[in-house]
Design a protein around this ligand. Structure first.
Ligand code: FHN
Length: 446
């Protein structure tokens, strides 16, 4: 409690004092955070969870905005939220079966409703709803017991808080007063972040979203990032602002796109060469629970994303939208179980790897660990696969599944591998190529 009080005082001071805030600016990165970045780059697979009051309407997490729901009506909706079947241990058991190394869950989305007990507002799940429990606390306990890291998604954009003023690009007339105090809003956010970083044990990091709603507002990021890194020196700042990374940020994350791609229309083409990378992806077309969205990606497609993310040096943060009663629909659980079964066999070619010597191609991708290169053949109809030189002589090559030797022809201009025929039960034919040495770096993102 003393730790919390001290931290809250520090948060207030930091918010008030620009000079002190600048002194806290993160220019040099301490060893603990560098180690956390390496851990993150090794992890490769995370589970994203979008869950909140909006889940009740079964129309995604933007339903308040999309249906232009007034604050007063949404507040009433929140009083009925009672996810009695929520079972943190079961959620984490599913995550373990899937083979994810971390979970990132919405602590507060754009609707402004806090999914944790907070002293900063009564508009939170423990004080506002009949549920009364703090699901994030239960989830944190279950994650710690299972050795899975927990990250908190935190929306900077808020459709409910009166002090989110002036409003941003997504605003509509929802019954809030046309006035507010921005510095009070920043203090509110910093107080909540302080709670998240002092009451839930070790936290993997904070995953920010929504700054794009007011890109030019004085967000005082140095203050907030400094606060996070001071409270938990190993916690990572993951900003989903779709821009080039700034000082104090630890991961470059891309939404619905692999690093550098921009099919979603808002990702930057800049890809950091120093920071770990991440791609967040919906399993169907929605983040929050959407009862009519049945456009689920196949297991083969999801394996392809995981492999291509790793081939780009990135993690895959794969999303589920649990139901309002706390259960998880079978479309999600079945796919996660299948990915876990796939990783049980092929995980060595994913976890702890960096991107390989051949950048991702139409046929697949390469990853590497030390002197071993993993050639992931996702889509190639022919029995021979030509590659550019791998940067070191080849000592041996074999199939990951079954260990059968793979014939290789190595010349001055490249390498040709014999590829086994494609089969329905093997979305990724992985060839393990052991080379005579590697000068490849183990840096995150590389
Ligand atoms: O608006 C959000 C959206 O609801 C969701 O949370 C995704 C997750 O990457 N991010 C935002 C859009 O950038």
């Amino acid at each position: 409690m003393n730790r919390l009080r001290a931290a809250l005082t520090a948060a207030t001071l930091l918010t008030a004092g620009g000079a002190l805030a600048r002194a806290q600016a993160v220019d040099s990165v301490p060893a603990e955070r560098l180690a956390a970045r390496r851990w993150f780059a090794d992890a490769k697979f995370g589970l994203f969870i979008h869950w909140g009051v909006y889940s009740q309407l079964g129309a995604g997490e933007w339903v308040m905005h999309n249906r232009k729901i007034a604050v007063a009506d949404y507040e009433w909706l929140a009083t009925t939220f009672n996810p009695a079947k929520f079972d943190a241990v079961a959620w984490v058991a599913l995550a373990q079966r899937a083979g994810v190394r971390y979970i990132t869950i919405t602590s507060r989305h754009h609707d402004g409703f806090s999914m944790f007990k907070t002293g900063a507002t009564r508009y939170n799940i423990a004080d506002w709803t009949p549920f009364r429990r703090d699901p994030l606390h239960e989830l944190a306990d279950a994650c710690h017991a299972a050795g899975i890291k927990l990250f908190f998604y935190y929306s900077q954009l808020d459709w409910h808080h009166p002090d989110y003023w002036p409003r941003g690009g997504t605003a509509w007339n929802n019954g809030r007063p046309d006035q507010g105090d921005w510095s009070r809003y920043l203090a509110f956010m910093n107080a909540q972040l302080t709670e998240l970083l002092t009451r839930y044990g070790d936290v993997g990091g904070i995953w920010f979203d929504g700054m794009w709603d007011k890109p030019d507002a004085p967000w005082q990021l140095d203050t907030t990032y400094g606060l996070i890194h001071r409270l938990q020196p190993g916690a990572l700042v993951v900003p989903n602002h779709h821009q080039r990374p700034r000082p104090g940020e630890d991961v470059q994350t891309f939404e619905q796109d692999l690093p550098g791609a921009n099919s979603a229309g808002f990702n930057t083409s800049y890809v950091s060469g120093d920071l770990p990378l991440e791609t967040s992806l919906t399993m169907n077309g929605s983040w929050g629970f959407n009862i009519t969205d049945k456009e689920f990606k196949s297991v083969r497609t999801l394996v392809g994303y995981l492999v291509r993310a790793a081939g780009n040096g990135a993690n895959l943060l794969l999303n589920i939208g649990p139901r309002p009663d706390g259960t998880i629909s079978p479309e999600f659980t079945a796919r996660l179980d299948s990915l876990g079964a796939w990783l049980a066999v092929y995980g060595t070619a994913i976890y702890g790897t960096r991107r390989g010597p051949v950048s991702p191609r139409g046929w697949g991708a390469t990853t590497r660990r030390g002197d071993t290169v993993f050639v992931h053949v996702l889509d190639w109809p022919d029995p021979l696969l030509p590659l550019p030189p791998l940067g070191a002589r080849i000592r041996t090559a074999y199939l990951l599944r079954g260990r059968a030797a793979v014939p290789v022809v190595e010349t001055a201009v490249g390498v040709t591998l014999a590829v086994p025929p494609a089969s329905a039960d093997e979305p990724d034919r992985v060839i393990v190529v052991v080379t005579s040495g590697s000068s490849a770096s183990n840096r995150p993102g590389r």
